[in-house]
Design a protein around this ligand. Structure first.
Ligand SMILES: Nc1ncnc2c1ncn2[C@@H]1O[C@H](COP(=O)(O)OP(=O)(O)OP(=O)(O)O)[C@@H](O)[C@H]1O
Length: 562
């Protein structure tokens, strides 16, 4: 039993070593934080739920949709499923309703576990019809049982940790779908175990744990595996930009929070609030680029020796690389002149390699795919947390994975591994740092060159009246005309647009790669992703921009471009 490859194996270990340590504190309905669960309770209660689920036919390999907010129930349930060797299916509740139904149906779950609203929506919207067991966190319409009943049914059954193998499927996590339909990423137990180890190493987390405020729900699951105490924040996790900073500060002070985890949108909330974070030793912000001004403001609010880490990665592979705020701030200038965004050094033992850009599948690795050092290409990763397949999406799997036979010296005879293609463009600089240049699917290809969004937009973003910009291509790839969509700061009159377009054109002329971006269209408020409130919907903007150009509403250079 002890040799299970399973992140839930941390629970019986912690329960034996530090049974009274608090695993999590929850705000409850009124934010008073009167619910606390010790490691002993977390271990025992997740055992009981696992045993109760087994009695209802949910065990090793059963897929179960989990639509539960980050409450004690969520953690108990997730660890119960891991212990049982069952496979939780997690979908971002904030995504488009049609995509959500598609994800839930595609997963063909055996069980559906949710809050009463999700139970109701399942029937009303016809989600996940395959689920034969339906469990509500509370008594609910269309539920076969409540989670409390399941727990009671399994009480006293003893330890439930299944001896899961490294390759067993541990979970299916859907991507947020910012560039298309969300895809179910198949996590094996070895992937989760590796993620915990890599995060511990990369962020310097010690065995005595610490107190974490994880505002990004899936990541809270790592806290018990890292021996930490989680303070579940009093906020809507799907709306980080709307979080109340006063409530977060109250929890940080009351419980002496030492670590904070959140999306860039949440970092902006804390940075703008401006109150010092004196107990915090480590901040981690993931999921999208963190704007340089937010990094700088946060560094002023944190103690001098605190770390501000930004990991780079994706649902399919995390962490890939990591950078600390001090270094990031020194590279701000380079981003503003078109170098891309530095995402740091690869987290060991990841192997990050850059290959030439293609939209085709690459079945087999070859070193001939590699670009010259320093050249932009697609970022690929081979390493213990790189997942190898999407759930029931053969075509997408083929486009994102490359099989590789390692040379005998590196991995023994004929060792095979999967290389994940990030779908992101970037390069490695002379110091071994990885730079992110934008999504591959959002690149603009003119007759003369390929333009990468993250190398073009920051140049124009330096204009004082500009809030943000988005590069799109008009026409067929290979003969695209670049157009820069511009969102201005609040309160700037329409009459100013022609002047600002001229100034932007002038800014662009300062660099070879932006000199040909000379057409601008002003958009009132960019479409962005729900989860991070940061990833710009360039696909939608491209359609809008083409219409603006046809209607003569775009700002073009006075003389035709050469
Ligand atoms: N530190 C970072 N800096 C810049 N971009 C980042 C960083 N971390 C992640 N990203 C971006 O986020 C992407 C991963 O996001 P995620 O896995 O949530 O799926 P998604 O891209 O939003 O959805 P989909 O893949 O379905 O379009 C990365 O490929 C990268 O483009």
């Amino acid at each position: 039993m002890t040799d299970a490859c399973n992140i839930a194996a941390a629970l019986p270990r912690m329960a034996a070593e530090v049974p009274e340590r608090i695993a999590m504190r929850c705000p409850g309905r009124d934010g008073r934080y009167d619910v606390a669960i010790s490691y002993r309770e977390l271990d025992r209660r997740s055992d009981a739920i696992a045993a109760g689920l087994a009695k209802r036919g949910i065990g090793r390999g059963s897929r179960s949709v989990v639509m539960v907010r980050p409450t004690p129930e969520f953690f108990l349930l997730m660890f119960a499923l891991f212990k049982a060797g069952a496979v939780p299916v997690l979908v971002d509740p904030g995504i488009d309703k049609r995509a959500l139904k598609q994800c839930l149906d595609e997963a063909r779950p055996d069980a559906f576990i949710g809050v009463p609203l999700a139970m109701f929506a399942r029937v009303l919207l016809g989600w996940a019809k395959s689920a034969r067991l339906r469990i509500g966190t509370r008594r609910a319409l269309f539920a076969d049982a409540t989670l409390a009943e399941i727990e009671r049914e399994g009480q006293g059954a003893g330890p439930q940790l299944t001896a899961t193998a490294p390759d067993d499927v541990a979970g299916i996590l859907f991507t947020s779908g910012s560039t298309g339909v969300p895809k179910g990423v198949v996590y094996r137990h070895r992937h989760f175990v590796a993620q915990v180890d890599m995060l511990r190493e990369a962020l310097g987390i010690t065995a005595d744990g610490g107190v974490d405020l994880p505002t990004f729900p899936p990541f809270a699951l790592f806290d018990p595996a890292l021996g930490m105490t989680s303070i579940i924040p009093d906020m809507d996790p799907t709306r980080p930009a709307k979080a109340d900073p006063r409530k977060l500060h109250a929890a940080i002070e009351r419980f002496g929070v030492t670590q904070l985890f959140g999306s860039p949108a949440l970092m902006r909330v804390l940075a703008d609030h401006g109150q010092p974070l004196s107990t915090v030793a480590r901040v981690t912000s993931a999921g999208a680029p963190v704007p340089a001004d937010v990094v700088a403001k946060m560094r002023m609010l944190l103690p001098a020796d605190a770390g501000f880490w930004t990991p780079y990665g994706a649902t399919e592979c995390l962490p890939v690389a990591v950078i600390e705020g001090r270094e990031l701030v020194t590279l701000r200038e380079r981003t503003a002149t078109g170098a891309g965004t530095c995402v740091g050094r690869p987290v060991p033992p990841n192997e990050v390699r850059i290959i030439r850009i293609t939209d085709e599948a690459i079945p087999e690795w070859s070193d001939a795919l590699l670009v010259k050092p320093g050249q932009v290409g697609e970022i690929t990763v081979a390493g213990p947390s790189a997942t190898d397949t999407y759930f029931r999406r053969e075509a997408q799997t083929r486009l994102a994975k490359i099989a590789e036979t390692q040379p005998a010296a590196a991995g023994g005879e004929g060792a095979r591994r999967i290389v994940h293609r990030m779908g992101d463009l970037g390069y490695v600089d002379a110091e071994g740092r990885l730079w992110f240049c934008g999504r591959k699917s959002q690149r603009v290809v003119t007759a003369a060159r390929t333009l990468c969004t993250e190398q073009v937009e920051p140049v124009f973003d330096t204009h004082p009246e500009v809030r943000r910009t988005a590069l799109v291509g008009i026409g067929e790839r290979g003969a695209q005309r670049p157009l820069l969509c511009v969102e201005l700061n609040a309160g700037i009159a329409k009459a100013e647009r022609a002047r600002i377009a001229d100034e932007l054109r002038h800014l662009g002329e300062g660099f070879v790669h932006t000199a040909h971006v000379d057409t601008f269209a002003f958009h009132p408020a960019f479409p962005v992703d729900i989860r991070h409130n940061a990833k710009i919907g360039r696909e939608k903007l491209a359609v809008w921009a083409a219409r603006e150009l046809r209607a003569g509403r775009a700002f073009e250079p006075a003389t035709a471009p050469d």
